[in-house]
Design a binder for this molecule. Structure first.
Ligand SMILES: Nc1ncnc2c1ncn2[C@@H]1O[C@H](COP(=O)(O)OP(=O)(O)OP(=O)(O)O)[C@@H](O)[C@H]1O
Ligand SMILES: [Mg+2]
Length: 486
């Protein structure tokens, strides 16, 4: 019998203190709706990794599975080392003896499965003004979903926001599954992601739901994302909003009761549309309907917390506009700041390389080398080499090696990054392709032209922002003058 390296040398106490190395193993989509027994594959993959590898590195992808028994080797698409909780080695390479291995096996849910589950969760209300229309909708996605694949990986933050949230929330759900006494442990599993527009909040929440489904796959073989359309709950008909909110929460409760073994992530984007401060509504002439809708959300949240298999994730641009009682129920408040230089560079790099992969930007790679390679005393030289696709250096490499070459492509891109400081993630992601369309000609160009176009796009974005601010300031002054009767 094979005995794992870990179990030979460690006691259980030591085991629980080791960093956890998370490894995802994706099973191929069968296409015919067949869902495989991931638990069997998980045990086998864990043993296979322990027997065949001494070290695994973050980001390492394994796609040949020699020695893994059939039909499991056939079923696997790839194995990917994703992250290490409590591990902080700069190299990102971990000896398997030093870590606990956490293998998560998953299969992406196809679109046809999602459509069938979605249909059953569209709330229809035929009572409103006699119109038989669907007015309050929720999109229900079976997770992990093919539609959300790759989203998490495109997100980039200076701080380890993603791993911190993923680890904290998955542990929160695992703790809750132990049926802690509800009078003693008082949490709502309510998470608020807030920050400026375009900083990636909505994307982060969707990606988080996908990753939680994968990470919690051991405990919950099925997972669903219940994405509420918060705007549709604010009815224009007096007295209807709170009814719609109640109906929505009842719908979620029914789902939770029917599917006790399913992990449900409820997602409410732009929550300020539903839970604006009641004290402000009271002091203004807003209808009581809005206040009742907030009450209905709070009551709904209090009911949901009884179920250990649900979390509620919300986003907001305006934390100060949110009702105090709602904020008080939030367990984790996570601020997402505007992009800094490193993530901005990574997004530009991603976009430009993607454009090159598709033949729109010519392939080229860059380096800084000694003029005479054998003599370290000789001067440094910047080189560009034709390549199949564009390969840009990392941000650290640009700062370290390219600074003394002002005309080098990586330096020009870094300049574009510094010029972008203060632009939102949404704008930064849009600009490389958009600028090419606006400021270059032809179907294919070189990287120098693409970066020139990008810098023109950035300049035009700032000009538009300045003009908008001047217009707003002008309107403010004329409004104040009119109010003073001048
Ligand atoms: N930190 C980031 N890393 C990578 N991409 C980002 C980041 N921030 C924003 N983006 C990109 O910007 C776009 C908009 O993101 P998203 O809609 O999630 O932002 P948001 O914070 O929800 O915006 P809003 O407040 O306007 O709703 C997406 O394409 C996303 O990929
Ligand atoms: Mg958003």
């Amino acid at each position: 019998m094979d005995v794992s390296v870990n179990s030979c040398i460690s006691s259980p106490v030591e085991d629980s203190q080791r960093p956890i190395l998370h490894v995802e193993a994706r099973v191929k989509c069968a296409g015919d709706g067949i869902i495989v027994r991931t638990d069997l594959i998980r045990d086998e993959v864990t043993e296979w990794l322990l027997n065949n590898f001494i070290v695994l590195s973050i980001g390492q992808m394994i796609s040949s599975f020699e020695g893994l028994s059939e039909p499991h080797a056939q079923a696997l698409e790839f194995i990917l080392v994703t992250e290490c909780s409590r591990g902080n080695l700069e190299s990102g390479a971990y000896q398997l003896q030093q870590v606990q291995l956490d293998v998560q096996v998953y299969q992406l849910r196809t679109r046809s499965e999602q459509q069938s589950s979605q249909k059953s969760h569209i709330l229809e209300d035929s009572t409103v003004a006699g119109d038989n229309v669907a007015i309050a909708t929720a999109r229900v996605l079976a997770l992990p979903s093919i539609d959300l694949e790759g989203l998490w990986e495109t997100l980039d933050y200076d701080q380890p926001v993603q791993s911190t949230l993923l680890s904290a929330i998955s542990r929160m759900v695992s703790f809750s599954a132990r049926k802690l006494d509800k009078w003693t442990i008082n949490w709502n599993r309510l998470i608020l992601i807030w920050g400026p527009p375009g900083s990636g909040k909505t994307s982060l929440c969707r990606g988080l739901a996908q990753k939680l489904a994968i990470r919690l796959g051991k405990d919950y073989p099925q997972s669903k994302l219940f994405e509420i359309n918060t705007y549709s709950l604010g009815s224009k008909y007096f007295g209807e909003s709170s009814k719609l909110v109640n109906g929505m929460f009842e719908n979620i409760e029914t789902l939770l009761q029917e599917e006790e073994d399913t992990f449900i992530c409820v997602f409410m984007d732009e929550i300020e549309t539903l839970v604006a401060r009641r004290d402000r509504a009271l002091s203004s002439n807003e209808p009581f309907d809005a206040i009742r809708a907030v009450d209905a959300v709070l009551t709904g949240l209090d009911k949901l917390k009884e179920h250990s298999n649900v979390i509620i994730v919300c986003t907001s641009n305006l934390i100060t506009a949110l009702d105090q009682a709602f904020l008080d129920r939030v367990d984790i408040k996570q601020y997402i700041p505007q992009l800094s230089s490193r993530p901005t560079y990574n997004i530009y790099k991603d976009c430009l390389e993607e454009l090159s992969q598709n033949g729109i930007i010519e392939g080229v790679s860059f380096d800084v080398v000694q003029v005479t390679p054998d003599d370290p005393q000789t001067a440094l030289q910047y080189v560009e080499q034709a390549a199949e696709h564009l390969i840009l250096p990392t941000f650290d490499e640009v700062l370290l090696h390219y600074g003394s070459f002002p005309d080098a492509i990586p330096t020009l891109l870094a300049n574009a990054v510094f010029e972008s400081e203060g632009l939102s993630g949404r704008t930064v992601r849009r600009l490389p392709a958009l600028s090419l369309v606006l400021y270059s000609n032809g179907t294919r160009c070189d990287i120098r032209t693409a970066i020139e176009a990008l810098r023109m796009g950035i300049a035009s974005e700032w000009q538009a922002k300045t003009e908008a601010m001047m217009t707003m300031a002008g309107e403010h002054i004329s409004g104040t003058t009119q109010a003073n009767g001048q």
